[in-house]
Design a protein. Structure first.
Length: 202
């Protein structure tokens, strides 16, 4: 039985629905699943995000009633420091929220995982090739800690329908393309088409 199951993918793909069903099924079958949300571990990065807000490198826009946060960390020192701090925070979070509970016999169902963080960093630093950097490769290798990674995806129209704010996000096309062209090739990643409803069999 896999001890660490991670559900990843673009916003609107149906991750929450699948995770709720999966946890319910695991519990009914006598397992002890633990839900962990792993997208934004914030410890050391809190300070650089605060600096970004004060200096204007983090911008807030309102479009059709939706609030959109845009990080423009594509200049030094943000471009080099931000990915390192995010990686450090991810390791700290992993040790306490995932590694320790697994040692105690829990099955971890992870809502988001390191591939999602890789995509976020690529967008926030405006570096589509982030995965080829040292930090990107390190995060990709650490991603193998998951026994099973399900990449949920659907057509752009379906994703926009489920999450209307996506239509106003400036980098949504790039974000989705990184999942489809790069993340899909990660070890232990399996693509799940969510254009149709998801069911978890017992």
């Amino acid at each position: 039985m896999a001890k660490l199951i991670s559900i990843i993918g673009p916003d609107g793909a149906g991750k929450t629905t699948l995770i709720d069903n999966l946890i319910t099924k695991l519990s009914k079958n006598g397992f002890s699943p633990k839900y962990v949300w792993f997208r934004f571990p914030r410890f050391t990065t809190f300070f650089i995000l605060l600096i970004g807000k004060i200096t204007g490198f983090t911008k807030y826009e309102k479009k059709s009633g939706f609030k959109i946060v845009i990080h423009t960390f594509n200049k030094k020192p943000f471009k080099s420091v931000f990915p390192l701090l995010v990686t450090l925070d991810a390791v700290i979070f992993y040790m306490f929220k995932i590694w320790l509970p697994m040692k105690l016999g829990r099955i971890i169902v992870c809502d988001r995982w390191l591939p999602d963080i890789i995509v976020d960093i690529a967008i926030d630093t405006n570096n589509p090739k982030f995965l080829k950097t040292f930090t990107g490769r390190m995060l990709a290798r650490f991603s193998d800690k998951a026994d099973l990674i399900l990449l949920l995806d659907a057509t752009d129209d379906k994703l926009d329908e489920r999450r209307p704010i996506s239509k106003f996000e400036p980098y949504v096309e790039l974000r989705r393309s990184i999942y489809r062209n790069d993340i899909i090739h990660f070890h232990n990643v399996f693509l799940v088409d969510t254009n149709i409803s998801l069911e978890v069999s017992s």
